[in-house]
Ligand binder design. Structure first.
Ligand SMILES: [Zn+2]
Length: 163
């Protein structure tokens, strides 16, 4: 099978399209200048990528990307501000230091790790690593959604002991 040559015009159109798509691509984690950029919630300088989190800019570019020094700051910001749920949220994989989608991350609250704003929250791409880092088999890693809206967190104790 011999590949057919694509007409030159069509090829340049595709390349232009691809470049354009790259340029206007609003999804994807923002670039953080560590040691310079400040947290959108607490105003502190973001210095450690392991704990940094971000909310992507809006599709139309009207809302700039929001960056945070601590996953706890992103949670606090989302609880205080209306954020379009379609905007992608990002955290760093504590193991590799890479950006990962907050929705698919396994988060734990660690007592032994000092995060910038003391939330103790770190994220992992792999559930098994998160479980190991928890160092407590009775506890389980949580998702970002669970942390944002804890299920039945405030259930009154009185309802369970009715006799
Ligand atoms: Zn902060």
């Amino acid at each position: 099978m011999t590949p057919r040559l694509m007409p030159h015009a069509a090829l340049t159109a595709i390349i232009a399209l691809a470049l354009g798509a790259c340029k206007t691509n609003s999804s994807g984690p923002p670039n953080i200048l560590y040691g310079q950029d400040v947290c959108a919630d607490c105003g502190m300088i973001i210095s450690d990528e392991h704990f940094a989190a971000a909310i992507a800019e809006t599709d139309d570019g009207a809302g700039p990307a929001l960056i945070f020094d601590d996953i706890g700051c992103m949670l606090a910001y989302q609880k205080e501000h209306e954020v379009n749920p379609k905007r992608q949220r990002y955290v760093h994989d504590y193991a590799s230091g890479a950006w990962i989608n907050a929705e698919s991350a396994f988060l734990i609250k660690s007592d032994s790790i000092a995060t910038p704003m003391a939330s103790g929250l770190i994220a992992f791409r792999q559930r098994a690593l998160a479980q190991v880092a928890l160092r407590d088999a009775a506890q389980h890693p949580q998702t970002y959604s669970e942390l944002l809206t804890p299920p039945d967190a405030e259930r009154p104790a009185s309802t369970s002991s009715k006799r």
